[in-house]
Write a protein that binds this ligand. Structure first.
Ligand SMILES: [Zn+2]
Length: 260
C-alpha cells in the first residue's frame, strides 16, 4: 500500500488482499441474490408435468395451429424431440425450442405439446413480424452476451479515486448493473410476445378454454424465469460493483494541507 496526492487530497492505495476480499464478498452476495432463480425455474417444469394428461388435446390443436397460422406453408415444421438425437432437456419434454435457421420447433409431442404454441409464437416473431419485433429476435442473444460481459465489469478493481476524471470504461463500470438489466430486456420482451401470439394461436385452433387458462399460467411462470434473470441478474451485477468499489477504491485519507 502507498499514498499519493490527487487534486489536493491524499489517497491510500489498496492491497491485492482487499481485491480478493471484495471478490469473495461479491461472489457470496451475487449467489444469494440469484438463489431464488433455482426455485422460479422449477415452477414451469412442474406444470408441464401436470399438463401431460391433456397432451392429446394440446397435440391435436398444435398441428392445427401450425397449418392454420400459415407457418407450415412458410417452411416451419415440428421435430419430435422424443425420436431425435438431441439433449435430454428436450427429449424428456422439460423444455422446447424454436430453431431460427432451420425453422423447426423441437418438442416432445408425446409429453409437452402445450409448449409448442409458444414456440410457434417465436416462429411468427421471426418470420411474420415487422421491423420492431424482428429486431428484438436479433437482439436477444447479443443482449445475453452483453449482460454476461457486465459480470466481468462488476468485479474489476477500482484503481482511481472517485473524484478522478472518468473515461468510457469507468462509465460502463458505474452503470454495469443497469446495462446488464437493459441488455436482457429484448429477450424478455420477445418471450412475452411469443407467449401472447402462442395464446392467440391456441384459441384460433380451438384449444378448450380450460386448457388455455392452464397454458396462460404456464407461460406466465416461464416468463417469470426470464424476467427474474433480468432483474436479479442486474441486481447481482450492481451489488458486485458496489462491493468491489468498497474494497478496492483508493481511500481518501484527508486534505493535503493537513499533511504539509
Ligand atoms: Zn421462448
Amino acid at each position: 500500500m502507498s499514498t499519493y496526492i490527487y487534486d489536493g487530497n491524499v489517497y491510500q492505495t489498496r492491497s491485492p488482499l482487499n481485491g480478493l476480499e471484495g471478490y469473495i464478498a461479491a461472489t457470496a452476495v451475487s449467489g444469494a441474490i440469484l438463489s431464488p432463480l433455482a426455485y422460479i425455474g422449477k415452477l414451469p417444469v412442474r406444470q408441464i408435468k401436470k399438463e401431460e394428461q391433456y397432451n392429446p388435446i394440446y397435440k391435436d390443436c398444435l398441428y392445427k395451429a401450425l397449418h392454420k397460422s400459415g407457418l407450415y406453408d412458410m417452411g416451419v415444421d415440428i421435430i419430435k424431440a422424443q425420436n431425435a438425437d438431441i439433449s435430454p432437456e428436450y427429449k424428456s419434454g422439460r423444455n422446447a425450442a424454436y430453431l431460427i435457421p432451420d425453422k423447426k420447433v423441437i418438442i416432445n409431442t408425446n409429453k409437452s405439446a402445450c409448449l409448442g404454441f409458444h414456440e410457434l409464437g417465436h416462429a411468427m416473431n421471426n418470420l411474420m413480424s415487422k421491423y420492431g419485433i424482428k429486431y428484438l429476435t436479433k437482439m436477444r442473444y447479443p443482449g445475453y452476451v452483453i449482460a454476461g460481459i457486465m459480470e466481468y465489469f462488476a468485479i474489476f478493481s477500482r484503481t482511481k479515486p472517485k473524484e478522478a476524471q472518468r473515461n468510457i470504461m469507468d462509465i460502463i463500470e458505474d452503470n454495469c448493473g443497469k446495462i446488464a438489466f437493459l441488455a436482457m430486456m429484448p429477450m424478455v420482451a420477445e418471450e412475452a410476445i411469443a407467449s401472447i401470439r402462442g395464446m392467440k394461436l391456441a384459441e384460433e385452433a380451438g384449444l378448450p378454454k380450460e386448457l388455455r387458462q392452464n397454458m396462460k399460467k404456464l407461460l406466465s411462470k416461464a416468463l417469470m424465469t426470464y424476467g427474474g434473470k433480468a432483474v436479479l441478474g442486474g441486481l447481482a451485477v450492481y451489488a458486485s460493483r458496489k462491493i468491489m468499489d468498497y474494497f478496492t477504491r483508493p481511500k481518501n485519507i484527508g486534505n493535503f494541507d493537513l499533511f504539509s
